[in-house]
Design a protein around this ligand. Structure first.
Ligand SMILES: *Cc1c(COP(=O)(O)O)cnc(C)c1O
Length: 437
């Protein structure tokens, strides 16, 4: 750039920075955008001829079943191989959903009646349900400002019956896994990583899901990559893989999976059917090959937003235990009180850059059916033990979780946001946030 032009540009941008921010739309100013910006679903926006070709292979080959058919099926098996490689684990098992994956993980870890599993108070229904459906007792723990389980709150909930910690990485942000794993080691507990909302995220350089004893992912529409529905279990432990595979397929261990581990080591036990079909396997294979591209895009957008508002004073962000590894699902800010956060949400909506509360999960202990321990049968073993009868859920058991989720709000990211979209997000935040924090 010519020096004269550069000086002029610099003067202009410093003048813009010094100028008072434009009037927020909620106070009668002009909205940043004429029409609302909307974050979309991620993986499905990347569907193209790759997914089409995979689907056509299955259709034309007339081979929709994963284990056999007119033409030897390959899609689910290939997906499992490539997914395991991407997650840096020895084995991956494809299943019909993230919820199914959690149930397989429970079976793999031999969790059952009399056992207790520690999980965050804020997470998706599936986590609590999988523990109950295994006949075990869910024990909820408060979250920290990463919106994930607070390691400082775990040990007080450990009993002689505790068998595992469900370490959930919510809304793209890994939990404090180092501390969780250290606590688990000290008390000889298993760690199950639920990476449903963080497919493709990493923690201290390693993919989430690869550091606990076993990991699960959801491949449902709302997650990073998708076939509408789908899930996966990963582990590097051959025995855990064999148990998960057997559970997902009625108790048997098929030859292709025996080839993964070298041999079958266990006998049949009672399992269910969570097998994935070849259509879904083909789509997920194509999507797995795009995972890094999608993660790179969404992460890049979140980083641009952070950079665009970095100079705003007194802004406290969501706690990131590994800023390099998080997905960048959203950029969340602490507004101190629920009232201020609600005003932020209303002000952003007026700018046509809608903001959101933390989402995609529920505060489990506050749900009526959790408080009432509503199982499918009155003698369901989760709540018939002395401890199961004594345990109390309810809002009073998780005040800090409720407080944190009440006062944080932020903008959600989309991997396909344009530079203009990102600039609008930044412009809206620069108008609205200084008035709120
Ligand atoms: C989505 C989700 C699941 C369940 O996945 P489905 O594929 O919907 O069954 C489990 N855990 C968490 C944290 C989730 O967000």
């Amino acid at each position: 750039m010519q020096r004269r032009k550069f000086v002029a540009a610099a003067a202009l941008s410093s003048a813009a920075a010094a100028a008072p921010p434009a009037k927020p739309a909620i106070d009668g100013g002009t909205p940043v955008r004429a029409t609302p910006l909307r974050a979309g679903y991620w993986g499905s926006q990347y569907y193209d001829e790759k997914e089409r070709a995979e689907l056509m292979d299955v259709l034309e080959g007339q081979s929709p079943f994963r284990w056999y058919g007119t033409k030897p099926p390959t899609k689910v098996l290939q997906f499992e191989k490539e997914f395991a490689a991407r997650m840096q684990t020895k084995y991956a098992l494809a299943v019909t959903s993230g919820t199914a994956a959690l149930q397989c993980a429970m079976a793999a870890l031999e969790i059952g009646p009399g056992d207790e599993v520690i999980l965050p108070a804020w997470t998706w229904h599936s986590c609590f349900n999988a523990v109950v459906l295994a006949g075990a007792l869910p024990v909820c723990v408060e979250i920290d400002e990463s919106f994930n389980i607070d390691p400082n709150e775990i040990e007080k909930h450990i009993t002689a019956q505790t068998k595992a910690i469900l370490a959930v990485h919510l809304q793209g942000n890994p939990c404090n896994l180092e501390r969780v794993i250290a606590i688990a080691k000290k008390h000889r507990l298993r760690v199950l990583e639920d990476c449903a909302q963080s497919v493709g995220a990493s923690y201290k350089g390693r993919p989430v899901g690869s550091m606990g004893d076993i990991g699960i992912y959801s491949l449902q529409l709302n997650k990073t990559i998708t076939a509408g529905e789908g899930g996966a279990v990963v582990t590097s432990d051959a025995a855990l893989f064999e148990r998960a595979s057997r559970f997902h397929d009625l108790g048997g261990f098929r030859a292709p999976h025996q080839q993964f581990t070298g041999e079958a080591k266990l006998d049949w036990f009672f399992g269910t059917n969570f097998r994935l079909n070849e259509f879904s396997g083909g789509v997920l294979l194509a999507q797995t090959r795009k995972l890094d591209q999608i993660v790179g895009a969404v992460r890049g957008n979140a980083r641009s937003v952070y950079a665009g508002i970095r100079d705003l004073k007194n802004v406290k962000y969501r706690l990131l235990h590994d800023p390099d590894g998080e997905l960048g699902t959203g950029v969340f800010i602490d507004f101190g009180t629920k009232e201020r956060c609600d005003r932020f949400l209303a002000a952003m909506k007026a700018e046509n850059v809608p903001a959101a509360k933390p989402g995609g999960s529920v505060i489990l202990p506050t749900l009526p059916h959790v408080i009432e321990k509503k199982t499918i049968h009155p003698n369901w073993p989760s709540f018939t033990s002395a401890r199961g009868k004594a345990i109390r859920y309810g809002a009073e058991t998780c005040p800090r979780t409720i407080d944190i989720l009440g006062r944080f709000g932020g903008v959600l990211m989309d991997p396909k946001y344009t530079r203009k979209d990102i600039d609008d997000v930044i412009a809206a935040l620069r108008k609205v946030v200084p008035a709120m924090v």
